[in-house]
Ligand binder design. Structure first.
Ligand code: MG
Length: 203
């Protein structure tokens, strides 16, 4: 399986990064080796001084598809989860400056937190989904799926022009504003509405 991550999908996050929003979805990949094993703590890697949390809604692809028309895209997923796209912000800034790819900043081991449970999209009205991340019990990021610049249907349609989507592929749909640095002993917890989706200790 592969993990597709959308960048700059919330205007306020693009702004906090000093980036402009894009005309088309911007995406990158994480390998399956990036998934943080369930119930494991996240160990801050020694190659970065600045790991940021980015909480994101995740959609799980349930059907094989290529060049999917936007109007049929809804039939390619049922389940919505929550995750963190951990980012080595210091390395990412260097990559951006040099015009290099982002893999060392985005695709490293443990960089993808994926909730154990997923919720059927029928439980929500469209993308009206509130989610948040707390750090040591304080809210640091909150978002609503309606604020996505590119909807799940647009994302699925766009990405599938370039790469075949397969059953079990995950799409991280972008982070709202409030990203920030983590440190040892922090505890992160993610919620969709009032359901706790994951809890992570930082080591
Ligand atoms: Mg992200």
């Amino acid at each position: 399986m592969k993990i597709i991550c959308i960048g700059r999908n919330y205007a306020l996050h693009a702004k906090e990064m000093g980036s402009s929003t894009t005309e088309k979805p911007m995406f990158f990949l994480k390998p399956d080796s990036a998934i943080l094993p369930k119930r494991n703590p996240f160990f801050i890697p020694n190659f970065s001084e600045e790991i940021h949390h980015e909480v994101e809604l995740i959609i799980k692809i349930k059907k094989l598809g290529k060049s999917i028309d936007e109007k049929f895209a809804h039939s390619y997923y049922d389940e919505i989860g929550l995750g963190i796209d951990f980012t080595a912000r210091d390395l990412q800034s260097k990559c951006k400056k040099l015009g290099h790819p982002w893999e060392i900043a985005k695709a490293f081991d443990q960089s993808a937190v994926v909730s154990e449970k997923f919720i059927n999209k029928k439980e929500f009205s469209g993308t009206n989904i509130n989610f948040r991340l707390t750090k040591n019990k304080e809210i640091v990021q909150k978002g609503n799926g309606n604020d996505m610049i590119f909807s799940p249907a647009k994302i699925i349609s766009y990405v599938s022009q370039f790469m075949t989507l397969k059953i079990g592929d995950l799409i991280f749909t972008g982070t709202p504003s409030g990203v920030g640095k983590i440190k040892i002993n922090d505890e992160l917890e993610g919620f969709i509405e009032n359901t706790s989706m994951f809890k992570i200790k930082i080591k």
